[in-house]
Design a protein around this ligand. Structure first.
Ligand code: FNR
Length: 380
């Protein structure tokens, strides 16, 4: 009888128990010394919440993000390779998100095509892409996403190059990480492969060819020539190509949030890629106020990185985020128990959010504001 998932830490523990060590480390790890990875979580512990008494709110977590009504202010961040973690893959993730009344962003390298996702999971659907392949590839993917009914595009700006993932390198896993025989051997060699994981790998390898051909072709050439990073001109170009919601992910400085908005983005996602890109980048919560001050009145600001508990969600919203995204927490849940594992993680957030909001004395996300926070250790 597996232990219940009462917290994200429980899901992480179970993921660690079932995955090959190299695959667990691929998910769990960050860049270089993992300073930013650790800082993301720590930043939430440095913020205290100031509960108000004398009120008994009926909590309603419903909110809107870029006009879409969501049952709670928690979305699922794009995560590559989820098909390797469990056969339920990105479809299971999206179904779990829909069941919880929220949405999951499909990573370009999730090993699931936009068409497959749209055919198998209820929307709304958002697609994430990066600069690999240049405008030609981006245009091809945008068209596919639009034709498949996707209505949000998340543009990841914080690479290339990918961060230096030392845990992966120690396992012999070298970027670009994708399910090819050498990688399978690396992961499998770590493990007493559970049959479920072996099945996931086999399915992922089969699907790779059919679903991410373009991405794979481009990623495969990554070692040969230097691929370009997106510029603000690319965002303006994308704005003209795409009439759905456009979100820019990876913003950490107020001036960049302004540049993203001026290039036509509808929202910015304050993100350091979960500590997987530039190690030494600031914890996302610490730069959120600067970004909200820069663009908060004209642009929705979302945040990811280090959100592990409902109180973290509430703190980010108090400091001006419209909603947060979680990455590792749902991937741990997927590894632990497939789609039901993701559902459990989301249900923990939902249940605990209601509790935290009621303890705080707040009825809805719209009521949260900076005045409800202070430093956890004001005298140090
Ligand atoms: C990611 N992330 C990511 N981001 C992105 O834009 N495209 C991608 O393909 C991926 N892939 C990916 C895989 C895995 C295993 C992880 C853990 C993360 C980053 C992700 O979208 C998000 O920014 C962070 O995961 C948020 O931090 P937490 O919640 O993991 O702390």
């Amino acid at each position: 009888m597996p232990s219940p998932i009462l917290t994200v830490a429980d899901a992480r523990k179970r993921a660690r128990g079932v995955l090959p060590r190299a695959l667990f480390d691929y998910i769990d790890g960050g860049a270089d010394g993992e300073v930013t990875l650790a800082a993301n979580e720590r930043a939430f512990r440095e913020v205290a919440l100031r509960p108000r008494m004398g009120v008994d709110p009926e909590v309603d977590l419903t909110t809107t993000v870029l006009g879409r009504e969501l049952a709670m202010p928690v979305l699922l961040a794009p995560a590559g390779m989820v098909q390797l973690v469990h056969p339920d893959g990105a479809v299971g993730v999206a179904r779990a998100a829909a069941a919880a009344g929220t949405l999951a962003v499909l990573s370009k390298i999730a090993l699931c095509s936009p068409e497959e996702l749209a055919a198998n999971a209820p929307g709304p659907h958002w697609f994430q892409l990066n600069s690999a392949g240049g405008r030609e590839e981006v245009k091809r993917l945008i068209t596919r996403a639009r034709d498949a009914g996707f209505d949000g595009l998340v543009v990841t700006m914080d690479g290339p190059p990918p961060g230096n993932h030392e845990r992966d390198l120690r396992h012999g896993v070298v970027p670009p990480v994708r399910p090819r025989p050498a990688l399978a051997a690396r992961f499998a060699g770590q493990l007493l492969a559970s049959p479920r994981w072996a099945a996931a790998m086999a399915l992922a390898a089969r699907k790779q060819k059919a679903t991410v051909q373009g991405a794979t072709r481009v990623l495969g050439s990554g070692g040969l020539h230097r691929s370009a990073r997106f510029t603000w001109a690319d965002i303006a170009w994308m704005r003209a190509e795409w009439d759905g919601s456009l979100l820019v992910k990876g913003v950490l400085v107020g001036a960049d949030a302004i540049a993203a908005r001026d290039a036509g983005a509808d929202a910015v996602i304050v993100s350091n890629h979960g500590g997987r890109a530039l190690d030494g980048a600031p914890a996302t919560l610490t730069v959120l106020p600067e970004i909200v001050a820069a663009v908060g009145d004209t642009t929705e600001v979302l945040l990811d990185g280090g959100v592990r508990r409902a109180a973290d969600v509430v703190k980010a919203l108090c400091l001006g985020a419209r909603a947060v995204l979680i990455g590792r927490p749902f991937v741990y849940g997927l590894a632990a128990a497939g789609q039901p594992g993701v559902e459990q993680v989301l249900s923990v957030f939902q249940t605990e959010l209601v509790r935290v909001m009621r303890l705080l004395g707040c009825a809805s996300p719209a009521e949260l504001d900076t005045g409800m926070t202070q430093a956890m250790h004001p005298w140090t």
